[in-house]
Write a protein that binds this ligand. Structure first.
Ligand code: SF4
Length: 98
């Protein structure tokens, strides 16, 4: 697995460093994420996933097999179809029944 970060988007919360301290650290001055290991071993996968899911700014990107994988984000939205249209009900007034 290969990890990349977009440090410009980092809001310095530090959840990544807590979740995967062998992969992420924070800059001492401003708290911005520092990538310690861009190609961690598979034993770090769960910790990295946790960091990605918990990162509030979607800073961390995990790439596997050349395809970027964004975890913790909702999938593509699909527009709902037109669905069944209710037939207008004709109402007649005046009879009132009985
Ligand atoms: S969790 Fe995300 S926003 Fe927080 S320090 Fe890490 S990369 Fe930056």
């Amino acid at each position: 697995m290969r990890i990349s970060i977009d440090a410009d988007k980092c809001v310095a919360v530090g959840v990544c460093a807590l979740a995967a301290p062998e992969v992420f650290d924070q800059n001492e001055d401003d708290g911005v994420v520092v990538l310690l290991d861009a190609t961690p071993g598979p034993e770090q996968y769960d910790a990295v996933q946790e960091a990605i899911i918990r990162c509030p700014a979607a800073v961390i990107r995990l790439e596997q097999g050349g395809e970027p994988e964004r975890l913790g984000e909702p999938g593509p939205r699909t527009e709902p179809g037109p669905g069944p249209q209710a037939d207008p009900v004709k109402r007649t007034e005046g009879d009132g029944g009985a």
